[in-house]
Ligand binder design. Structure first.
Ligand code: FES
Length: 119
């Protein structure tokens, strides 16, 4: 089997309603994931681009959050309605959807001074 060209990881983590961090599932992650699954197949990307349900991606303040690999492009505040644009612009044309992009300096856990190098 050929390798997938890209993976689309969508956080679908769930937390209790009392948890102040909230969760991507409560913000609609399952609908985002379902839209990617359906629309990537419709666009002819079955076994080419793989939508994956992910646990917490540690970007909870930006939920629903997702990341495209190997591009390492992170998107936040994603809704099911954004999926056609992400597929058309990013996954087909290779253009970043700027209005949804989580900039590197806003990603949790990344020390810009280290430029992403491990500690
Ligand atoms: S709950 Fe989605 S990134 Fe943490």
């Amino acid at each position: 089997m050929a390798k997938f060209q890209k993976h689309v990881f969508v956080c679908a983590n769930e937390r209790s309603a009392e948890d102040p961090r909230g969760s991507c599932k409560a913000r609609g992650a399952e609908a985002v994931l379902a839209a990617f699954k359906e629309q990537l197949v419709e666009a002819g990307f079955k076994r080419v681009i793989r939508p994956n349900k992910a646990g917490c991606l540690d970007q909870c303040a930006h939920g629903v959050c997702m990341v495209v690999y190997p591009d390492a492009v992170w998107y936040g505040g994603v809704t099911a309605g954004d999926v056609p644009e992400i597929i058309e612009k990013h996954l087909i044309r290779g253009e970043i959807v700027q209005r949804l992009l989580i900039p590197d300096d806003k990603l949790t856990g990344l020390d810009p001074a280290r430029q992403g190098k491990p500690a």
